[in-house]
Design a protein around this ligand. Structure first.
Ligand SMILES: *Cc1c(COP(=O)(O)O)cnc(C)c1O
Length: 408
């Protein structure tokens, strides 16, 4: 009999998105004619920038002619896209990398999931406690997490990130090897300032730790004290991998394209004390786990760097951010304690009285037709919170907020 990889058994079968959909579908069966307001969406709701559409149409044409047809592309991505990315880092963040440091990806999920495969499972991995469950789940699947005790994994270090810290993660109080940081945080919508991020980079330099910096929401940053890239911080090239996505700002969630920067300065160590470049380890993973990224997606991503696309992307981001500020304003007016929504499309708020988050979720759904995300799916300490998002339709949002206010 084939033996199962037991790391895959350790992880719970339930996934929060499915858990929410099950309840929404049950409600729909009971109330087929009731309008549902989806204020918890995690996916952008507006269509692609026009240049990206045209560029992908041309790419399909390319593949239909004998002269322009292509088979497998370079495993790390095409130069036409990598050059645009390098140029953006030079002009926006005043930092340059050698070409081989950029790895085009089919979205950041895969890279975030794979990254712990290139470091030893003897490492201590730290995650903020409150953060997207994907980092913890993939660390479990990759065999780094140890045993589950009271909802926490024994080999993970949970960094305090709750109301008492304004939902900003606190530096580890012990030595850790790998740190996942998501800035802005996609659960709470909160973001780490440049001066604070410097402390993380300094910690990592001092402790020879590796920071996995998920900057998927960098386009939503409005406050100039919040860095758009960790490489704005001096010394970050020696300690950080940066992971980016075109999904959340440029509506690429279904197209699938992003990129990861693995600087040549990053090193890991063997048990024998030998230093090895992390870039080389990552390259091996990419060469053997993927066969490159779709040519069509990469041509689409290339077109996101035109001036026209940049304008369109900032309009998309503005739409979501205006939604986010509407949510903030109304929830504040209703007296809720509100976090996020200023540098991220996500709003995180404390639910009234002593409701649990599933109870509050069901009240919103059954009594008002509103769907949010209950905080408990982001850890047991978050059962007094709820997440809304600016990714919703503006008219639906306005109607939903009015219903909430009238019922308040
Ligand atoms: C959505 C999201 C991702 C994954 O995005 P891809 O579509 O896989 O590029 C990664 N990190 C965070 C924080 C996200 O919210």
């Amino acid at each position: 009999m084939v033996l199962a990889n037991e790391n895959y058994i350790k992880l719970s079968d339930s996934h929060y998105i499915e858990d929410i959909e099950k309840r929404v579908n049950a409600y729909k069966i009971l109330h087929p004619n009731e309008k549902i307001y989806r204020i918890g969406a995690i996916s952008p709701s507006l269509p692609l920038p026009l240049d990206a559409v045209k560029s992908m149409q041309r790419a399909v044409e390319d593949l239909s002619t004998i002269n322009e047809f292509r088979g497998y592309g370079p495993a790390q991505g095409y130069d036409f896209l990598i050059d645009k990315i390098l140029k953006e880092y030079r002009s926006n963040f005043a930092v340059s990398f050698e070409k081989e440091c950029v790895f085009v990806s089919s979205g950041s999920t895969t890279d975030l999931a794979n990254i712990t495969n290139i470091v030893s499972s003897d490492n201590i991995v730290a995650i903020a406690d409150t953060i997207d469950p994907a980092y913890e789940n993939t660390t479990v699947l990759n065999g780094h997490a140890g045993k589950l005790k009271n909802g926490k994994w024994s080999n993970l270090v949970y960094l305090q990130c709750n109301e008492s810290t304004n939902f900003l993660p606190q530096l580890p109080t012990e030595r850790v090897d790998v740190i996942f940081l998501s800035n802005p945080n996609n659960v709470t919508g909160t973001a780490i300032k440049r001066s604070d991020l410097k402390r993380w980079v300094d910690y990592a330099a001092e402790n020879e730790s590796l920071i996995i910096y998920d900057a998927s929401f960098q386009a939503f940053i409005k406050d100039e004290n919040i860095p758009g890239s960790i490489y704005e911080i001096k010394g970050a090239k020696k300690v950080a991998i940066e992971i980016r996505s075109f999904s959340k700002d440029a509506s690429f969630a279904a197209v699938r394209c992003g990129f990861t920067i693995v600087p040549n300065e990053l090193q890991a160590c063997t048990f024998g004390g030998k230093y090895v470049p992390i870039n080389r380890l990552w390259k091996k993973l990419i060469q053997n786990y993927t066969n490159g990224v779709s040519y069509i997606s990469q041509r689409g991503a290339e077109a996101l760097f035109t001036r026209k696309s940049k304008t369109e992307i900032s309009e998309l981001v503005n739409y979501y951010m205006i939604n986010a500020s509407l949510i903030r304003e109304e929830l504040n007016a209703m007296g809720y304690r509100v976090f996020g929504g200023q540098n991220s499309p996500y709003i995180w708020f404390k639910i009234p009285n002593s409701n649990t988050s599933w109870k509050f979720f069901l009240h919103l759904l059954h009594d008002l037709g509103i769907v949010g995300t209950p905080g408990i799916v982001f850890g047991p300490e978050n059962d007094r919170y709820m997440r809304f998002s600016g990714y919703c339709n503006r008219n639906d949002l306005i109607a939903a907020l009015k219903i909430m206010k009238n019922n308040f």
